[in-house]
Design a protein around this ligand. Sequence first.
Ligand SMILES: Cc1cc2nc3c(=O)[nH]c(=O)nc-3n(C[C@H](O)[C@H](O)[C@H](O)COP(=O)(O)OP(=O)(O)OC[C@H]3O[C@@H](n4cnc5c(N)ncnc54)[C@H](O)[C@@H]3O)c2cc1C
Length: 417
Amino acid sequence: MPQTPTEPRPAAVVIGGGPAGLMAAEVLAGAGCSVTVHDHMASVGRKLLLAGRGGLNLTHSEPTDDLLTRYGTATPRLEAAIRAWPASALRAWCAELGEPTFVGSSGRVFPRSFRATPLLRAWLARLADAGVVIETRHRFVGFGSAPRSVRIATPDGEHELVADVVVLALGGASWPRVGSDGGWAAMLRAAGVEVAAMRPANCGLRIPWRPELLAKHEGAPVKNVQLSLDGVGVRGDVVITRAGLEGGPVYALAAVARDLIERNGSCTVHIDLSPDRSEAQLAERLARSRPGDSVNTALRRAAGLSPVAAALVRELGGRTLPTAPGDLARLVKRLPFVTVATMPIDRAISSAGGVRLDEVDDRFMLRALPGVFVAGEMLDWEAPTGGYLLQASFSTAVAAARGALAWLTEQPGRDSD
Ligand SMILES: Cc1cc2nc3c(=O)[nH]c(=O)nc-3n(C[C@H](O)[C@H](O)[C@H](O)COP(=O)(O)OP(=O)(O)OC[C@H]3O[C@@H](n4cnc5c(N)ncnc54)[C@H](O)[C@@H]3O)c2cc1C
């Protein structure tokens, strides 16, 4: 954004130093704004670093049209943001930061180091070179009386800052320990912005295991199973935890399970413990087990189940397990469990809900607060794991920052060329 020699650089305040806030800061600084990022934690990017512990799945390599279907009822606004800054842009950006990416066997995209630390370190250095100032232990506590003014609580007291543009990138409400506590929702509602209730997404499902199962198998992975719910089947590994079941297939079905539980009070998920064999093949193998073998031995020797998978059949298969091979095979292929709750939001990978997308215009500016833009997970979109969360956080940040720059040029007293 070219300035005349006498014109001061536009002051941009970004609140929230996660991937969305830092990306908005980068775009704004690159266009000549004087940018300050305020974050209430002692350091920025904490959730990004947490995501790095799982390998940092940055995005997905599938074609953009397919990728967009992962956002369910994504509005045209979210779609436009992702098309304008798609997975290829994210990958190029990483490579520029010295962290080339690669496509894993599942099509997911990761940085070569499989970690977030080198990426964040290089990014923060580049932001500092671009003049971006990062203020930590600065908490956004509400809006001020003037347009585009925000109240920030700091260790030295509360200050009211007035900016030319404000970008809010305060995250969702999962894992509050790393900063995203969702406390901003009350402040936005008070300012007349509609915020959909925050709900857990990509989370585990609660199951009240018997102590005997936990004593032997807590933390154990159950490899290569298929979970089915509401006509959708997802394959992968699941893990037995103290409170229930976690893992990729569980997270993939969590949104459907959450909605069914909200509607009906519970839902029944089925596990196929032997997805590579048909029921008939399994029954045939079980029929060949030695006379006198216990059901447990038959499940392990003849059906080839791991000890933990066989234990799940005993745990969830009812008081008396069927002994007829056909019935037992059916159970192994469709082992039901009832769940009445998802894991709480503070243990979820992401949250659904947030600032409703019709509260922002095509530039991601709040209709109720001109000059204030919103980006990242605090917006009301939802997606499964697979890199879709970071992709949308980055893409909406680029869109919000570009929107802010476009809006600035339209303000009286600023050049529009
Ligand atoms: C365990 C885990 C693993 C994950 N793995 C992946 C993955 O592999 N791939 C993927 O795509 N996604 C993953 N995610 C999700 C991804 O990390 C988030 O979607 C993403 O970080 C959202 O970015 P954001 O910038 O919108 O919000 P955040 O990263 O949450 O950043 C928000 C920032 O705002 C600050 N803030 C909040 N309130 C205030 C306030 N009042 N005042 C000042 N500052 C405030 C917070 O301190 C924080 O720094 C994972 C999440 C978790 C929890």
